[in-house]
Design a protein around this ligand. Structure first.
Ligand SMILES: Cc1cc2nc3c(=O)[nH]c(=O)nc-3n(C[C@H](O)[C@H](O)[C@H](O)COP(=O)(O)OP(=O)(O)OC[C@H]3O[C@@H](n4cnc5c(N)ncnc54)[C@H](O)[C@@H]3O)c2cc1C
Length: 479
């Protein structure tokens, strides 16, 4: 066993290529050993879905095999809650000569508290801790307004982000060089994490190769027309890479490198498609930067304080109908059933269903946010919270204060032939357009499909009033 061990702690960066902490540790003198902590109770309290847990467990096998080829053992340890992490990690230092700990930063509130505790306890033990930024292409905190603040809306953030990209040296990093595998005591390696094979999301194969393959296929086959097809749930127009990005099986830098042809960030020949896709990656960055600046978002606070006191309806039956895809609005129902059965939902439909819950049903966005986390394979706090607050009009959004979609018009526009609805709502399989977007009461009854649970226009008017009242109350209270 080497005299010096550099310990790399894997979290949401489950890959060997373009992993800043892993690469830096591997370049230090001594042996590299990797560790992953299973934080089952903590993940439950963060509402991680079975689908996400399952992909993570499958990915850990791929990671262990890849690290093994590099001569780096992966230890898997249990630390049911984050507060156990310092103790479990320090426990390893008693079994091998650890001289340093390396990890890539995470930006959630609990994650930051956990990491501070680890840093303090390692400092007390005289062991160096080194951190790196990995999750974003540009480090949170570095894209700021002229008055040195975080942007509150996307477009100026994007402009500044693009400007800074040019000089940032953002390119993906190589994998570490293979090393001589250190000999560990027999009791240091635990069996693999259990996997639940009944979880949805088995379509996403684990492994860095599978993620890279999907990225290449997307770049070669669909990127060019991304801007035309990205809003159509009936067509495979988007990349489907979000589960890989959420767990760090793929990095945002690797994604950007696949669509840009030089370090200055000029799009490849694919042109508008590539530029539009790059913008989506910037949305992802925007929400992570917001979280870094506003960790209180993790406590369920609305980003816009004037809309934190909207009077939400406490209606469990209506919430259950939304969750189960029984609202009587075919596109909303198809989307919710897609979520529950596959663990994934198309972006346009995430917006439609979130607006429907918060505006048409007037149910608190936090309930929807949690339900999404409980089912999404790509569940990611920053993007999910950002998307929910954007849809509920309480978030970082340039729109004045009220955003609403008519679910029937959205259906006609984005699933014109009803292909997507037919795929997920078998009761409506026999219907053609235009009926499939909103069957008349007789047809719905005959097909055993529910009646619309609200009148969309009346509900929209009521919601507008409720939001205006909340603003009024806030203005009065702060006068
Ligand atoms: C209410 C709501 C909840 C959401 N919850 C999540 C979530 O938990 N996890 C998650 O990864 N995304 C979330 N999103 C964002 C978006 O819907 C998904 O990232 C996207 O649908 C993933 O599909 P894709 O990989 O095919 O995306 P593509 O269109 O191929 O985009 C490429 C990548 O860019 C990022 N991206 C795309 N759109 C957005 C966006 N609007 N905001 C932030 N990042 C984006 C994703 O990482 C995505 O994989 C949410 C959006 C809304 C409106």
């Amino acid at each position: 066993m080497s005299e010096r061990v550099n310990l790399v702690w894997f979290r949401s960066d489950l890959r060997t290529a373009d992993n800043p902490a892993l690469l830096a540790a591997s370049r230090e003198a001594g042996a590299t050993v990797a560790v992953f902590l299973v934080a089952e109770k903590q993940w439950q309290s963060h509402f991680w879905s079975a689908a996400k847990r399952n992909l993570q467990a499958r990915q850990l096998r791929d990671l262990a095999a890849r690290l093994d080829k590099l001569g780096i053992p992966l230890l898997i340890r249990e630390a049911p809650r984050f507060r156990a992490s310092p103790r479990v990690l320090l426990g390893l230092t008693g079994k091998m000569p650890v001289v340093s700990l390396w990890f890539n930063r995470e930006y959630g509130l609990d994650e930051r508290q956990r990491d501070r505790a680890v840093e303090h306890q390692f400092a007390d033990a005289g062991i160096a801790v080194h951190t790196r930024d990995d999750q974003c292409i540009l480090r949170p905190g570095t894209v700021r307004t002229q008055s040195d603040e975080m942007y509150k809306v996307f477009t100026p953030f994007k402009r500044k982000w693009m400007e800074q990209l040019e000089t940032s040296g953002w390119q993906p990093l190589p994998s570490p060089e293979p090393q001589a595998r250190p000999e560990l005591d027999a009791d240091t390696e635990l069996p693999e994490v259990e996997t639940d094979t009944s979880a949805p999301g088995q379509d996403w194969a684990a492994g860095e190769d599978a993620a890279q393959q999907r990225l290449q296929d997307f770049a070669n086959e669909r990127l060019q027309r991304y801007h035309q097809w990205r809003d159509r749930p009936d067509v495979a127009g988007t990349s489907g890479l979000s589960p890989y990005l959420a767990l760090g099986i793929l990095s945002a830098r690797q994604c950007l490198a696949a669509v840009l042809d030089d370090e200055q960030g000029a799009p490849v020949a694919a042109g508008e498609g590539a530029m539009t896709w790059r913008n989506e990656l910037i949305w992802r960055e925007f929400y992570r930067h917001l979280l870094w600046h506003h960790p209180e978002l993790c406590k369920g606070e609305a980003f816009k304080p004037d809309l934190d006191s909207v009077t939400w309806r406490d209606d469990d039956q209506a919430f259950a109908a939304w969750c189960e895809g029984r609202t009587g609005f075919p596109l909303v129902d198809a989307a919710m059933r897609q979520l529950v059965s596959t663990g994934w939902m198309h972006n346009r439909l995430r917006m439609v269903t979130a607006v429907f819950l918060t505006k048409h049903l007037m149910i608190d966005w936090r309930r929807g946010e949690q339900f999404f986390m409980e089912h999404l394979i790509d569940g990611d706090f920053a993007s999910n919270n950002g998307g929910w607050q954007w849809s509920a009009s309480t978030g970082a959004d340039a729109a004045p204060y009220f955003r609403i979609f008519n679910p029937i018009l959205q259906s006609r526009k984005f699933d014109p032939d009803g292909v997507f609805i037919r795929r997920h709502v078998p009761e409506l399989e026999s219907l053609e357009r235009p009926t499939i977007h909103m069957p008349d009461p007789d047809t719905a009854a005959r097909l055993n499909y529910p009646e619309p649970m609200v009148d969309a226009k009346v509900a929209a008017r009521k919601a507008k009033t409720a939001f205006a009242e909340a603003r009024g109350r806030y203005a009065e209270a702060s006068a």
